[in-house]
Design a protein around this ligand. Structure first.
Ligand SMILES: [Zn+2]
Length: 179
């Protein structure tokens, strides 16, 4: 269903506002210069290693939308310990990994401007069947992102958040996020 929406940020009518946004990189990588990136980072579609010291994996953070079957999806990065990174890499193609491995601990690798600082929030990383990215669950119950993740958000809140990300320069979101 395509619906139109009067944008709270720019006042224009938008159609088909997405409820899914993904960060292309961990913020640590996004903040590096091109030369630093070449020298310090080893990158894959779902994995980044910086300085052989920082290990990141890509996943989804779901926020349910109350009264619907929809979720607001943030595609984000988690930093994990090297052992965790190695274990997740090792079972990347393992059928049934979601039942036999994890959950793992990690820390959120992205700031989301719509919340109090989210960088380094503690996460539970739950593997999904082969081909699907892991799910991130925020494990800091006092943080509003964790509260929204467990209680859900209204559709209005989801629309407002989407409009802010679409206008990143006004919403304060890093240009790293793509709809
Ligand atoms: Zn707008």
């Amino acid at each position: 269903m395509i619906e139109s929406y009067k944008c709270a940020t720019c006042g224009q009518i938008h159609t088909g506002l997405p409820f899914s946004f993904a960060a292309e990189f961990p913020d640590q990588y996004a903040n590096m210069t091109r030369d630093e990136r070449d020298a310090r980072a080893v990158i894959g579609s779902d994995q980044y290693i910086i300085d052989q010291l920082w290990f990141f994996i890509r996943g989804w953070l779901e926020i349910p939308i109350v009264g619907s079957n929809e979720v607001f999806l943030w595609g984000l990065w988690a930093s994990v310990r090297e052992e965790v990174f190695d274990e997740i890499s090792e079972c990347w193609e393992l059928v049934g990994r979601e039942n036999s491995r994890g959950p793992f601990k990690g820390r959120l690798g992205n700031s989301l401007a719509e919340y109090p600082e989210t960088l380094n929030l503690k996460l539970r990383i739950v593997l999904q069947p082969v081909g699907a990215r892991p799910l991130f669950v925020v494990e800091e119950p006092d943080h509003s992102l964790a509260q929204e993740q467990s209680s859900g958000i209204t559709r209005d809140r989801a629309l407002r958040m989407a409009s802010l990300v679409l206008h990143q320069e006004r919403g304060g979101f890093p240009a790293n996020l793509k709809g």
